[in-house]
Design a protein around this ligand. Structure first.
Ligand code: BGC
Length: 337
């Protein structure tokens, strides 16, 4: 009797321990720093990072996410990264303020033994003289726990230009044999801005179309700035402007306001192109108030970034680069959705 009781007691104890073990979830600490919260596109992106992490939680695995706003200030962001290191983050997801600081930041994180997923702002490779080159970044390639998740900005630029090439008049509204355009650029240090500026125009010249650049200004990805720059250009060059290329939709939304205010009509006497496919921009494409935009897939990119972060947390091997495709969004595409 005593023996049976002892066995029963032991069994109860063991069961108790087992259920206690399974009730205790493993919580991973994730540090995320975004270059600037006020950025329209990065707001969608960061919200999706959080939502997707939450969707992956189980009874056994939880993710404690600490989000930080880099406030477009590299010194501020470096402090955030140092705090992440002190707080013992298990993985860091980083949208750099300045890609030129990538080396320094990557070194600190790697030295602390924390895996790192860089997103959205691709660090530029450079040669011995410090000039940028079209190659993968050594600080990423040389580290098996560091990667970059993004989209190839050349593709987005090419799609913008292609949408103009595809127009019946190929963008030459006044029939003078050339396409006269203005370019509204994002932050010039950002490869997205550089490539979109270059490849949108290249799509036209590759198609044998002559181009004339009337104006090329920096709008820093910002809607208000985009509106201001477009309004200035419209009052300076008037009817001469046939195409307005904006490196992103935020600036294109601003440009759309300026175009309406100047009594111009997209699709009739001017064309307007953006990138991102923000909801408001897609609506303008649908309404004929924007010629087109390009889907910068924040869902695909954020999910890939989180999936890779989870692989790193599980100690799995990763690749150094992950690319998500852009999609051309013109009226035909929107109407077919
Ligand atoms: C987006 C922009 C955004 C920028 C931030 C780009 O890929 O198209 O809208 O401002 O990333 O780095």
């Amino acid at each position: 009797m005593k023996k049976t009781l002892a066995i029963l007691l032991a069994a109860i104890l063991m069961l108790g321990c087992m259920s206690f073990a399974s009730a205790e979830a493993k919580t991973y600490k994730v540090g995320v720093s975004i270059y600037q919260y006020t950025d329209n596109f990065m707001t969608l992106y960061r919200n999706e990072i959080e939502a997707y992490f939450k969707s992956l939680e189980t009874d056994d695995v939880k993710y404690e996410i600490t989000m930080a706003d880099g406030k477009n200030d590299m010194a501020e962001q470096t402090n955030q990264v140092r705090n992440f290191i002190t707080q013992g983050m298990d993985v860091i997801i980083l949208n750099l303020v300045q890609t030129s600081s990538a080396d320094a930041v990557i070194d600190e994180i790697v030295d602390a033994g924390i895996p790192l997923v860089l997103i959205n702002r691709e660090p530029l490779a450079y040669d011995a003289d410090g000039n940028t080159i079209d190659e993968a970044y050594e600080g990423i390639l040389n580290n098996d726990k560091v990667c970059y998740v993004g989209a190839d900005a050349r593709q987005s630029g090419t799609f913008q230009g292609q949408m103009v090439v595809d127009l019946e008049n190929h963008g030459d509204i006044n029939g003078d044999g050339k396409v006269s355009y203005i370019m509204i650029e994002g932050d010039p240090e950002n490869i997205d801005a550089q490539y979109r500026t270059e490849f949108s125009v290249k799509a036209l010249t590759d198609a044998g179309i002559e181009v004339e650049c009337l104006d090329d200004q920096v709008g820093n990805w910002d809607q208000t700035k985009g509106q201001e720059l477009c309004a200035n250009a419209l009052s300076k060059y008037g009817e001469k402007i046939e195409v307005v290329f904006c490196n992103n939709d935020a600036m294109a939304l601003g440009a759309a306001t300026a175009i309406t205010a100047a009594d111009r009509k997209v699709g009739e006497d001017i064309y307007l192109l953006g990138v991102d496919a923000l909801e408001e921009a897609v609506q303008l494409v649908k309404d004929g108030e924007m010629t087109g935009t390009v889907l910068n897939d924040h869902i695909g990119q954020s999910h890939k970034a989180v999936d890779v972060a989870v692989m790193l947390l599980n100690g799995e091997a990763i690749e150094n680069y992950y690319w998500v495709d852009y999609v051309m969004v013109n009226k035909a595409y929107v109407d077919a959705q």
